[in-house]
Ligand binder design. Sequence first.
Ligand code: HEC
Length: 120
Amino acid sequence: MRFSKLLRNVIPGLIVGLAVVVGVSLASPRPSEASKGQETFKGKCASCHGPDGKGQTAMGKMMKVKDLGSAEVQKQTDKELSDIISKGKSPMPGFGSQLKKAQIDELVAYVRELGKKEKK
Ligand code: HEC
């Protein structure tokens, strides 16, 4: 039957292709939680909070955002920070509908990194 012959020719190619893709993705270093958070942060949060989380943007200044690395922000628990990110804190919009739980956790990890940098 022609169809089965086709399958026999195609499937090995697919398997090799898949093996290459898996191999490459395993070989490349896995980004840390915080660095993935940083990527999301640049895309979704930096317009107000600034790429460094200090809030020195036009929007950030207008809304008087706090430095995310400051003690005032850092003293909040991970739960509190992830709630703010998912539900928002007026005037900040919530991101729960756009971001997955894992992405919000990554953002919290990134915010913690900002706190570490602050202390020095
Ligand atoms: C439209 C501008 C805007 C965007 C976009 C935005 N924020 Fe905010 N964010 C704010 C403002 C304003 C506050 C301060 C709210 C307050 O304290 O009244 C805030 C507060 C916060 C806080 C709590 C800090 C505090 O004041 O205790 C965290 C954490 C935070 N934002 C994280 C994020 C993350 C992560 C993102 C991206 C997913 C994000 N924000 C996107 C405007 C924004």
